[in-house]
Design a protein around this ligand. Structure first.
Ligand code: SAH
Length: 229
């Protein structure tokens, strides 16, 4: 059996390897993003029975049919937000809290919204245990954004909607960046929008596959649709 300290050392090595072979090797160059990916222990965000897979090049299930995204996608979306240390960031889809922890390293404040109260609670506990004091997890329909704290310098959506939810665009600050997967239920395009005054400039970045954004400006919750409807 490894002692706790040896185990942590092993995880640190696995994380180094992850950053080198999955992230830097695929072209992520931003040193701040690479440092955040090296610093945040991904294994504390995955379910216990998947500890051995925490640094794999893939998404992993976290319960409620949801997933923690592939490390490369987390790094790529983060890089596309072009964060500065003074930025205020909104994340939609807290899930495990891993992406929020990465954002917390790179921005002044992070608000993360999750629709499942149990995921939100677990994520906040893990974030607190890591000392991520600049992250606040809220429960609600993130397709409406989080108007109380708007505007945001950056908004990241980690669940996919048929279109960019209008409230999110409205909650972007001047010069703000929004990164979100948009498209049909099973495969989508990652879109980046930049706000300049009242203009919104949109770029398509790459093909992706995210779980659905369920809410007023996203998909309907299939679980709540009755069979005879
Ligand atoms: N960013 C997460 C992974 C996201 S998985 C991580 O780092 O682990 C997508 C998450 O979005 C799921 O937890 C899902 O419950 C949540 N979600 C889906 N629709 C939502 C909505 N309308 N508002 C808030 N969260 C939502």
């Amino acid at each position: 059996m490894l002692s706790d300290r040896d185990e942590e050392g092993e995880y640190t090595k696995e994380r180094e390897r992850m950053v080198r072979s999955q992230i830097a090797a695929r072209g992520i160059r931003c040193e701040r993003v690479l440092a955040a990916m090296r610093a945040v222990p991904r294994h504390v965000f995955v379910p216990g029975h998947l500890l051995g897979s925490a640094y794999r090049d893939s998404p992993l299930p976290i319960g409620h049919g949801q997933t923690i995204s592939q490390p490369y996608i987390v790094a790529y979306m983060t890089q596309m937000l072009e964060l500065e240390g003074t930025d205020r960031v909104l994340e939609i889809g807290t899930g495990s809290g891993y992406q929020a922890a990465i954002l917390s390293q790179l921005a002044a404040q992070v608000i993360s919204v999750e629709r499942f109260p149990s995921l939100a609670k677990e994520a906040s506990q893990v974030l607190e245990s890591l000392g991520c004091q600049n992250v606040r997890v809220e429960v609600g329909d993130g397709s409406l954004g989080w108007p109380a704290e708007a505007p945001y310098d950056a908004i990241i959506v980690t669940a996919a909607a048929p279109h960019i939810p209008q409230p999110l665009q409205e909650q972007l600050a001047e010069g703000g960046r929004l990164v979100a997967p948009v498209g049909p239920r099973w495969t989508q395009e990652l879109i980046r929008i930049r706000r300049t005054g009242d203009q919104y400039h949109s770029d398509s970045l790459m093909g992706v596959a995210f779980v659905p954004l369920i809410g007023e400006h996203g998909w309907q919750d299939r679980g709540s649709v009755r069979r005879w409807e």
